[in-house]
Write a new protein. Structure first.
Length: 195
C-alpha cells in the first residue's frame, strides 16, 4: 500500500478537513493545528496575517456566543483582516449588533454582513452546506486553474461565498467553476485583486 500523496490529493484532503470543521465551530482551532502549516507555505498572506485572521474569527465568535448563545447561527470568516459574516439571526436588531461586534473587533479592516434574518439553520442544512463547500474545493483542485489555497470558500443555504487575494483571471475561473457546481444557487465574491 502506498502512502504517497500527490499535491492534488493532499489539497483535496485539506479542503475536506477544513470544510468538515465548519460543522463543529472549531475551525480556527483545528485549522491552526492541522492545516496552517500547509496553507501558510502557499498562502498569499503573511504568516502573521493568517494568524491574525484566526484570532479575529475566534474573538468575534466568542463575543457573539457569549451574548446570543444558540439564538443565532453566525459563521465568521476572516481573510486578510476582512470579515465576512454569514448565517442567521432572529431579527434585524441582532443582525446589526453582530455586525457592530465584528467592526469593533481588534485588527478588523472591513466587514461584510451577509447574515439572513431567520431562525438558525438545521443541522441537516449545515451538513449539506459543508458538503457543498468540500465539493467546491475539490472542483477548484481538479480544474488546476486556480489554487483553492488562494480562495476561502464558505457556503450558507447553497450560496457560495468566496474570499481571497487573487488575480483577475483567477477570480473569473473561480466564479465559473463554482457557479457550475451542482447545488450552488448563487456565488458572492469578496476578493482583493492583485492586478
Amino acid at each position: 500500500m502506498s502512502l504517497y500523496f500527490n499535491g492534488k490529493r493532499a489539497a483535496l484532503c485539506l479542503a475536506s478537513v477544513l470544510a468538515l470543521t465548519q460543522l463543529t465551530g472549531c475551525f480556527p482551532i483545528i485549522a491552526a493545528g492541522v492545516g496552517t502549516g500547509v496553507a501558510v507555505a502557499t498562502d498569499r498572506r503573511t504568516a502573521s496575517t493568517v494568524l491574525a485572521d484566526q484570532e479575529i474569527m475566534l474573538r468575534i465568535s466568542k463575543r457573539i456566543s457569549a451574548i446570543y448563545g444558540s439564538n443565532t447561527h453566525i459563521d465568521i470568516n476572516s481573510y486578510n483582516r476582512t470579515v465576512l459574516l454569514t448565517g442567521e439571526a432572529p431579527d434585524e436588531a441582532i443582525r446589526a449588533d453582530v455586525e457592530k461586534i465584528a467592526r469593533e473587533a481588534e485588527d478588523v479592516k472591513r466587514v461584510y454582513n451577509e447574515v439572513t434574518v431567520a431562525l438558525p439553520s438545521t443541522f441537516g442544512r449545515r451538513t449539506n452546506d459543508a458538503g457543498l463547500t468540500a465539493k467546491i474545493k475539490a472542483r477548484l483542485v481538479d480544474s488546476q486553474r486556480v489554487s483553492p489555497l488562494y480562495i476561502k470558500v464558505t457556503t450558507e443555504r447553497s450560496v457560495a461565498f468566496l474570499m481571497g487575494q487573487v488575480k483577475q483571471d483567477e477570480a473569473r475561473a473561480a466564479v465559473e467553476i463554482v457557479s457550475q457546481t451542482s447545488g450552488v444557487e448563487r456565488v458572492m465574491t469578496y476578493f482583493e485583486y492583485l492586478d
